[in-house]
Design a protein around this ligand. Structure first.
Ligand SMILES: CC(C)(COP(=O)(O)OP(=O)(O)OC[C@H]1O[C@@H](n2cnc3c(N)ncnc32)[C@H](O)[C@@H]1OP(=O)(O)O)[C@@H](O)C(=O)NCCC(=O)NCCSC(=O)c1cc(O)c2ccccc2c1O
Length: 265
C-alpha cells in the first residue's frame, strides 16, 4: 500500500510506525487508519520482526484522535460498511494492535488525546516523554469510545479514575499518567526513541513463542471488550448523525465554546 499519512521502517527486528500528520497533531482520517492497519499487518507477517513501536511525528503530539476537520455530518467520509458506519476502521485498528503476536510499544511524544489516547491504551506498553499529555475528549467534541476506550481503560486505571477521565475530559501529565498505571516509563523527550528501541531490543532477546502466548493470554482476559466495542462503534455511527454530536465537532473546528445545554432535555 502506498503510504501518505504514515511512515514505516523496519530495522534490526523492530518495526517503527509513525503517524505523520504533525500539522494537525497527528489526528487520523480514514486513510491514516487504513495505512496503520496495513503496517501492523506487514509487521505481523514478517518473521524477522519481533517488536513494534508506534509513535507520532514531530514534538507536539503522539495522536489527537479523529481529524475533526474531515468529519462531516455522518462521520468521516466513507458511506460503506467498513468502520461500522463511521467511516474510520478504528475497531479493526484496535484489533490488529491487540492481535499481532508481538509486543507493541507506544512511544508517546506529546499529546495523546481522544482516539489517540485510546491507541496508546490498547498498545502493550507505553513509554512517555516528559512533555507527554494524556486525556479523553469525546464528550467535549460530541464523540466517545465506549469500547476499549472505556472498558479496557478502567481495567488499567480503575473504575473511579476511568470515569473521571471520561466525565471531566481533563488533561494529565506524564507523571500523573504513570501514577495511575497508564504509563510504564517516563524519559526525557530526546531519549524517547532510544529508550523505546532499547526496550524493543530486550524483547527481541526473549522467546517469541513465550511472548506470543503471554500476549494471547493477556488478551483473552479482556477479549469480551471487542463485543462491547462493536456496540459502541455501532451506536457512535448513529450519534454522529445527530445535531448534538455536530455541535461538539463544529465548536472545535470553529474555535468557539461548545453549547450542549439545549440537548439536556
Ligand atoms: C490537543 C489539543 C489540546 C492541543 O491544543 P493546542 O492549543 O496546543 O493546539 P491547537 O488546538 O491549536 O492544535 C494545533 C493544530 O492542530 C489541529 N488539531 C489538533 N487536533 C486535531 C484533531 N483531532 N482534528 C483536527 N485538527 C486537529 C488544530 O485544529 C490546530 O490546527 P490550526 O490549523 O487551527 O492551527 C487540541 O488540539 C485538541 O483538543 N484537539 C482535539 C482533540 C480531540 O478532541 N480529539 C478527539 C476527536 S474524537 C476521536 O478522537 C475519536 C475517537 C475514537 O475512538 C473514534 C472511534 C471511531 C470513530 C471515530 C473516533 C473518533 O473520532
Amino acid at each position: 500500500m502506498e503510504l501518505t499519512d504514515v511512515l514505516y521502517e523496519k530495522d534490526n527486528g523492530i518495526a517503527k510506525i509513525t503517524i505523520n500528520r504533525p500539522n494537525i497533531y497527528n489526528a487520523f482520517r480514514a486513510q491514516t487508519v487504513k495505512e496503520l492497519i496495513s503496517c501492523f499487518r506487514d509487521a505481523w507477517d514478517d518473521n524477522r520482526i519481533g517488536a513494534v513501536i508506534l509513535t507520532g511525528a514531530g514534538e507536539k503530539a503522539f495522536c489527537t484522535g479523529g481529524d475533526q476537520k474531515e468529519k462531516g455530518d455522518n462521520g468521516y467520509g466513507s458511506s460503506g460498511g467498513l468502520g461500522n458506519g463511521i467511516g474510520l476502521e478504528v475497531e479493526a485498528l484496535h484489533h490488529v494492535i491487540r492481535a499481532i503476536p508481538k509486543p507493541v510499544i507506544a512511544a508517546v511524544n506529546g499529546y495523546a488525546i481522544g482516539g489517540g489516547h485510546v491507541l496508546h491504551v490498547v498498545c502493550d506498553l507505553t513509554i512517555a516523554a516528559e512533555n507527554a499529555i494524556f486525556g479523553q475528549s469525546g464528550p467535549k467534541v460530541g464523540s466517545y469510545d465506549a469500547g476499549f476506550g472505556s472498558a479496557y481503560l478502567s481495567r488499567i486505571v480503575g473504575e473511579k479514575k476511568a470515569r473521571e477521565i471520561w466525565y471531566l475530559c481533563e488533561q494529565y501529565s506524564a507523571q500523573e499518567a504513570k501514577e495511575m498505571g497508564l504509563v510504564n516509563k517516563i524519559v526525557p523527550q530526546g531519549d524517547l526513541m532510544a529508550v523505546a528501541e532499547e526496550w524493543a531490543g530486550k524483547i527481541l532477546e526473549k522467546s517469541p513463542t513465550a511472548l506470543k502466548m503471554l500476549k494471547y493470554s493477556f488478551n483473552a482476559d479482556s477479549a469480551n471488550i471487542e463485543g462491547i466495542s462493536q456496540l459502541s462503534m455501532g451506536s457512535l455511527a448513529m450519534f454522529y448523525r445527530t445535531e448534538e454530536s455536530a455541535e461538539g465537532k463544529n465548536a472545535f473546528v470553529e474555535k468557539r465554546p461548545v453549547d450542549f445545554k439545549k440537548f439536556r432535555k
